[in-house]
Design a protein around this ligand. Structure first.
Ligand code: CP3
Length: 344
């Protein structure tokens, strides 16, 4: 299937583009009344994720309503623990919750490697449906959590400000940690390959809890596994977004991926110098900018575009959209990127 708009893929591969492509993390979700309407038809978030027709519908909404240059499949990173035998619930106003945590060798025995067709068929079907309905309008992004971030949820059992249970285990049970990280990595590689087979045009790996590890721990317990994923996924471009991992930028420049996501704490020019010229950079506006005036959104977005320069940039936020953001403000951000041209 030929894409009518392949700006995202060309920017990821480092090819010249007429303008900078733009999409937003968490673009499908509560900011859109149209999403909330679909969501109200099901019992909860997980039912939406597991109903391919509806997941495809909310995946496409931001393409139609916001005019972004890519769709990202509506799912969650926590489908991997579930597929391995560690199911989650999504509790309203609170976030994810696991009835059993994985903290001992005995707990590991109750886990299995994820079989994508068997355990995650609903995501693959949602990808196939979305690709059919998109009909080549924009590329479709598939994704997974980075092994460390998934490990953090499986051991902690819920979200946390500190993830001190997960971090404790890196000191007290490093061999256990490596065994669990290895199982997550193997499951994730099979899952991402199945997403590509089903039609995903680019893959993003989310390491949302990268920023809570020391640089040494990050190398041993996170980057090693991300690196394995990047080496294995050769079919389509890969983006690695490691929130808060400013200390690992030089290392990330050496991964065999095409794009590195930046959060808004990372200076753009310094990041380019640390990462080197051979990666596309994605990001990195503070999602809170979108609470300010439209004029301020325009000016600040143009400043960001100038700092990144004309090549090897994919415009995005530095983390996901907050649910109470005004869709009109989001459109101002997107239109500013789409109308901007770098002066020669
Ligand atoms: O539009 C998109 O970005 C695609 C869909 C997507 C979701 N989650 C839908 C979602 C993606 C890419 C994710 C990834 C994800 N999930 C991450 C990595 C990105 C990040 O934010 O750092 C993480 C850490 C999770 C785990 C997760 N899922 C949490 C902590 C929460 C609760 C927080 C919240 O906002 O309520 C979720 C729930 C979730 N995932 C929602 C959506 C749209 C909100 C739930 C709802 O609509 O009821």
């Amino acid at each position: 299937m030929l894409l009518t708009n392949d700006l995202l893929l060309r920017a990821a591969r480092g090819e010249k583009t007429e303008r900078t492509p733009v999409w937003l993390m968490r673009q499908a979700g509560r900011i859109l009344p149209e999403y909330r309407e679909v969501r109200s038809r099901v019992s909860g978030f997980i039912e939406l994720v597991e109903t391919p027709e509806l997941a495809a519908e909310v995946t496409i909404q931001p393409v139609d309503i916001l005019g972004v240059d890519a769709a990202i499949i509506f799912s969650d990173i926590l489908v991997i623990p579930q597929a391995m035998g560690c199911p989650y619930q999504m509790i309203e106003q609170k976030g994810p919750w696991f009835e059993k945590t994985i903290r001992t060798e005995a707990d590991l025995k109750n886990l299995h490697l994820a079989d994508p067709e068997e355990d995650l068929g609903f995501v693959l079907e949602a990808i196939r449906l979305t690709k059919r309905e998109l009909n080549g309008r924009v590329p479709l992004i598939g994704f997974a959590g980075a092994p460390w971030t998934i490990f953090a949820y499986m051991t902690e059992g819920s979200g946390s400000k500190t993830f001190s249970v997960a971090r404790k285990m890196l000191y007290t049970e490093p061999a256990f940690a490596e065994r669990l990280l290895d199982m997550i990595t193997t499951s994730t590689i099979a899952y991402l390959k199945a997403q590509i087979q089903a039609g995903a045009d680019l893959i993003q790996v989310f390491d949302s809890w990268a920023g809570i590890l020391s640089p040494e721990q990050y190398e041993r317990f996170s980057l090693r596994y991300i690196s394995r994923i990047c080496d294995e996924i050769t079919e389509v471009p890969v983006t690695v977004f490691a929130k808060g991992a400013y200390f690992a930028r030089e290392h990330m420049g050496k991964l065999s991926c095409q794009t590195i996501g930046l959060d808004w704490n990372m200076d753009i020019v310094e990041s380019r110098a640390l990462i080197g010229p051979n990666k596309t950079l994605q990001g990195n506006m503070d999602p809170c900018l979108l609470y300010s005036s439209h004029e301020n959104i325009r000016n600040t977005t143009e400043e960001m575009l100038r700092a990144f320069g004309p090549d090897r940039h994919i415009a995005n936020l530095g983390h996901g959209l907050y649910p109470d953001t005004d869709p009109e403000a989001v459109k101002v951000f997107i239109e500013t990127v789409k109308n901007f041209r770098h002066s020669a």
